[in-house]
Design a protein around this ligand. Structure first.
Ligand SMILES: [Zn+2]
Length: 269
């Protein structure tokens, strides 16, 4: 099952109860995903706020994700048990040419899934002349602002980026992001949606930054992008969030016991 499908199941279960999971399992259309996500948002719940996952450190590490990092030579090394994080890693170098620079000298500790998401999003950054992400925090065991639910940061699944740098220049979200000039909160994939999302910024930096945010929002590398268009607490950074693949290993099909071999006829003396 694809991660997005699993996410749909998680969100729907949270919003309407597990009894509907079977009915929704066949729904994979993007519009259905959007509708279900909206229902969950209205209900104020999220898979990441699931208390069962708050004890993520007890979960089995995501071996498939670690294998993905290794296979792609992604510079990230596993670290010891980290409260709330299923598969904690420390990023030790650039991810497909994208460097992470901490504003507060904090180590780039995160769940493997976020390192994978940043790696997969690298083409979007490069296309817009961005090769450096200046961030304030990634893993941070805390609640979401104003709630008693754990933030995605507590699971190492989100990073707050304040400045995007590279040949595009220094794009500061707090200074250059022009909020409210294009479609954002109801953005859905489709023809012409990036242009509608970018809208009509008044500066080149504003145009590049909105184009970046819109493309990131429409890529599958991340599942949630929160920007100044969403609320005042994100006026100076983009929150980039992935959802971990929480799949448990597929159960091996039961192998019926082989019929007992007939007892050999003892040789007669
Ligand atoms: Zn954040």
């Amino acid at each position: 099952m694809r991660r997005r499908d699993r996410f749909v199941l998680d969100v729907f279960a949270c919003a309407r109860g597990a009894a509907f999971i079977t009915a929704i399992a066949a729904i994979t259309a993007i519009t259905a995903i959007a509708a279900i996500t909206a229902i969950a948002a209205v209900a104020g719940c999220s898979p990441r706020s699931d208390p069962a996952r708050s004890a993520g450190s007890a979960a089995v590490p995501d071996a498939a994700c670690l294998a993905y990092l290794a296979a792609n030579h992604i510079p990230a090394v596993p670290v010891g048990e980290t409260r709330g994080v299923r598969t904690p890693v420390r990023v030790t170098g650039a991810l497909a040419g994208i460097s992470l620079v901490s504003r507060a000298k904090r180590e780039p500790i995160m769940d493997c899934a976020l390192a994978r998401g940043l790696y997969e999003a690298a083409p979007v950054f490069h296309a817009l002349g961005v090769d450096t992400l200046e961030f304030s925090g990634a893993y941070d065991y805390r609640n979401r602002q104003g709630t008693d639910a754990l933030s995605a940061h507590a699971h190492g699944l989100a990073i707050d980026v304040h400045v995007f740098g590279g040949r595009a220049g220094r794009l500061e979200v707090g200074r250059d992001f022009e909020a409210g000039v294009g479609e954002w909160r109801k953005l859905r994939p489709g023809p012409g949606r990036v242009a509608a999302c970018v809208g009509h910024p008044t500066t080149p930096a504003g145009t590049t930054l909105r184009t970046l945010a819109c493309r990131l929002k429409l890529t599958t590398a991340f599942h949630v992008i929160v920007s100044p268009d969403d609320n005042a607490s994100h006026r100076d950074h983009l929150h980039l969030e992935v959802y971990a693949d929480t799949a448990e290993p597929e159960a091996e099909p039961a192998v019926p016991a082989a019929p007992a071999a007939p007892a050999p006829t003892p040789d007669r003396p």
